[in-house]
Design a protein around this ligand. Structure first.
Ligand code: SF4
Length: 344
């Protein structure tokens, strides 16, 4: 049996599909899950042993043309096709896949093209659970646990080489820190990030890897400069390479970002800093700790405060200090060391 999963959105939206992938694999033993998504999502799902094949329609920033989507799956036989994307184009793609079983969400006329429809309401705030409604609509058990992400030894060796070329001594333990975070209001102030990198080096001999997209370079360079040499800039790497670097790390400091959520899915112990968004949108992993400014009445402000803090003070991220992050991270370091030892 073969199932097609069509995904759009950001990197995080693809990471949040991992529990759905696990449901499909458990509910339909032997199913080959194929995923069609953007290039960055492909970089994530290429690390998932439960996804047999990943296809890309182009960069995450592009709106896929229907013709390109259809030609990506043409000539293939699918027994089932499903998508959380609520659009006529997504429904038409599923129809054109000729899969006899097609699942998507209710709520629009395109749902007529589906054989199985998942409810949109009541609103489900946790993204991955929202996606798992597709499994429930297909009559499959909802397990609530993600399919794994695994970095191959070859990718890991390549990441070591890249970091060595960038000045890592291959001995100092590493901590990943996401320098960007997409929306400006999700970002952690440069001075806090630099203070954390310096403290991690001073107290634990840890080198901080600054990861993110190309647009995050100025922030990453400012953090590295202010950290006194404690941080290594590695922004702009393809997602699969960035994740191979995260996989080498003892622990990570993440934001509400796709790259950070993918690091958690790899099993890297992570402290996640949430500002304007609702932390209930993620399902917390056992090795993940949240830092949220609980006392702020303005949060979460979600999309209202996407480009700038509507109140002007951005306290949801500014009030989270390097000392607080360090205190949350330190108990995770032993876990991270154990993970790396067990894998060696
Ligand atoms: S309004 Fe509050 S939650 Fe929104 S960005 Fe500003 S400080 Fe953060």
């Amino acid at each position: 049996m073969r199932a097609l999963l069509f995904l759009k959105g950001g990197i995080g939206d693809v990471v949040f599909s991992l529990p759905l992938v696990a449901d499909l694999r458990a509910g339909w033993p032997g199913v080959e899950v194929w995923a069609l998504t953007h290039a960055q999502g492909k970089g994530v799902l290429d690390l998932c042993p439960d996804v047999a094949r990943t296809l890309s329609y182009g960069p995450v920033s592009t709106e896929p043309r229907l013709g390109a989507l259809v030609s990506a799956v043409q000539g293939q036989r699918f027994d089932a096709a499903l998508t959380p994307v609520r659009s006529p184009r997504a429904a038409w793609l599923l129809w054109k896949s000729k899969a006899p079983v097609r699942a998507g969400f209710r709520g629009g006329p395109e749902a007529l093209l589906y054989t199985h429809r998942a409810p949109v309401r009541p609103f489900e705030v946790t993204f991955s659970r929202r996606l798992e409604r597709l499994a429930a609509a297909l009559g499959l058990a909802v397990l609530g646990r993600p399919a794994p992400l695994l970095v191959s030894p070859a990718r890991r060796a390549q990441a070591v080489q890249t970091l060595r070329a960038a000045g890592w001594d291959a001995e100092s333990p590493l901590v990943a820190l996401h320098a960007g975070g997409g929306w400006p209001t999700k970002q952690w102030p440069v001075e806090h990030a630099a203070a954390l990198a310096a403290a991690l080096a001073r107290r634990h001999g840890l080198r901080t890897l600054l990861l993110g997209g190309t647009a995050d370079r100025p922030r990453a360079e400012a953090i590295a400069a202010a950290s006194g040499g404690a941080a290594l800039v590695q922004v702009g790497r393809p997602v699969e390479e960035a994740l191979a670097q995260v996989d080498l790390c003892t622990a990570a400091v993440g934001l509400d970002s796709g790259l950070s959520h993918a690091g958690v899915a790899l099993g890297v112990p992570t402290v996640s800093l949430f500002g304007p968004n609702d932390p209930r949108s993620i399902q917390l992993a056992p090795t993940q700790r949240l830092l949220v400014q609980e006392g702020l009445a303005c949060r979460p402000c979600n999309r209202l405060g996407k480009l700038g803090c509507p109140l002007g003070h951005h306290r949801c991220m500014r009030d989270t200090t390097a000392a607080q992050v360090l205190a949350a991270l330190e108990p995770l370091l032993a876990l991270g060391e154990l993970r790396l030892r067990e894998r060696a």
